[in-house]
Design a protein around this ligand. Structure first.
Ligand code: GDD
Ligand code: MG
Length: 367
């Protein structure tokens, strides 16, 4: 079975992480995010994946290659300009099979695509959308269904505030190729949510309600939530299963003189000095140095960063190659971009986002 993954968005809400790398390949618990999507698709019989790119396409290709490391055939399509979700689908037309999955490239999920496919076949649908219940549909595509699962209404980003639990579009579709007939000429901009799905209501559009795990990872808070949920096994993943076999702390190839508190994942080449505590709910990428007496909890520190002695970090994200001096306090949703340098004796909080390459001198910020 084939899958088309949309991965062209700029990921603006995840800056400054997405200032230097595209959202699909941001590391999540030691592997590129989209690796989780491919693993999930493979579990449901997908062996042929097309990634539809625009923003930083070369970095996506460089990280994922031809897919052999992920057990699938991977091909890339690069749009000359962003064509929107429907335009991206039409742009892929020459590569598409008679039936295929189409996925938004920013959801961490273990929804049962096999069940969705079974329903798709039972109803004879042209398109079957996976649906998930949320408390506030306003940031999503609101979907209403009939008793036979046919969609009666699709409203993208509905205004009017929350009206209790609703089913929304989870960004995982099974499409028959003839859905492409509902889109204008190739190379023009189109939205599958605003144009195609509303036009297909009553024309073979069905919804499959899923009760699996589902999270759009597009903000720092959700990226951290996704990290915790993988570490704690709340979403079903291969790495989560590996963690559970080792009592939820993995530190292979790391030099640990301090302590690692589960659940945690510590990448290869890390050094954790004496008296330092890493965890719980913490991920260190590869080659991270943690100084004496430092304390990192509920946070992610990406590859090659250095954390000074007695510095504390909680509920924050430290990008690649960041250097933090001694005795700093970083808490409350701070995001540090690639190669940021923070001098000693600084305090950062309240969701501060520091952009790539910025240098803060010693004692520059306190509260
Ligand atoms: N190739 C390509 N070209 N991909 C694109 C483009 C484009 O022009 N625009 C967006 N994408 C990709 C994004 O990278 C992302 O993976 C996916 O399409 C959805 O775009 P988002 O920008 O993340 O949309 P959203 O989160 O506001 O809303 C969508 O997802 C919700 C679920 O998370 C919609 O599909 C909603 O209906 C849905 O509920
Ligand atoms: Mg999204």
């Amino acid at each position: 079975m084939q899958a088309l993954i949309l991965a062209g968005g700029e990921g603006t809400r995840l800056r400054p992480l997405t200032s230097t790398m595209p959202k699909p390949v941001i590391p999540l618990v030691g592997r590129p995010f989209i690796g989780y999507m491919i693993e999930w698709l493979r579990h449901h019989g997908v062996d042929d994946v097309i990634i539809s790119c625009y923003f930083m396409a070369d970095s996506i290709r460089a990280v994922l290659g031809d897919g052999s490391a992920h057990g699938v055939r991977l091909r890339y399509l690069e749009e000359p300009e962003p064509l929107g979700t429907g335009g991206a689908l039409k742009f892929a037309q020459d590569l598409l099979d008679p039936r295929f999955f189409m996925l938004n490239g920013d959801v961490l999920t273990d929804m049962d695509l096999t069940e969705q496919l079974a329903q798709h076949e039972r109803t004879g649908a042209r398109a079957t959308l996976a649906l998930i219940a949320v408390d506030d549909p306003s940031a999503y595509g609101l979907v209403r269904r009939d008793l036979d699962h046919s969609v009666t209404e699709f409203v993208e980003k509905p205004s009017g505030g929350a009206v209790g639990q609703d089913l929304i579009n989870a960004g995982a579709y099974i499409l028959e190729r003839n859905v492409l007939d509902a889109i204008g000429p190739a190379g023009t901009n189109a939205s599958i949510e605003r144009e195609v799905f509303p036009a297909l209501v009553g024309q073979g559009l069905y919804g499959y309600a899923s009760d699996g795990y589902w999270l759009d990872i597009g903000t720092p808070e959700r990226y951290l939530q996704a990290t915790f949920d993988i570490l704690e096994g709340i979403v079903s993943t291969d790495i989560g299963r590996e963690l559970s076999e080792s009592d939820r702390a993995l530190a292979d190839g790391a030099e640990v003189d301090g302590m690692v508190v589960a659940p945690a994942f510590v990448g290869p080449g890390c050094t954790i000095a004496e008296g330092a505590i890493v965890g719980g709910r913490t991920v260190l990428g590869a080659d991270v140095e943690v100084g004496e007496g430092a304390h990192i909890e509920t946070s992610v520190v990406l590859d090659g960063s250095r954390i000074g002695a007695r510095t504390t970090i909680s509920s924050s994200i430290v990008g690649v190659g960041v250097s933090i001096g001694e005795h700093c306090h970083i808490e409350g949703g701070v995001v540090l971009g690639e190669a940021v340098s923070i001098g000693s004796e600084n305090a950062l909080a309240y969701g501060a986002r520091i952009f790539p390459g910025v240098q803060l001198p010693t004692g520059a910020i306190t509260f």
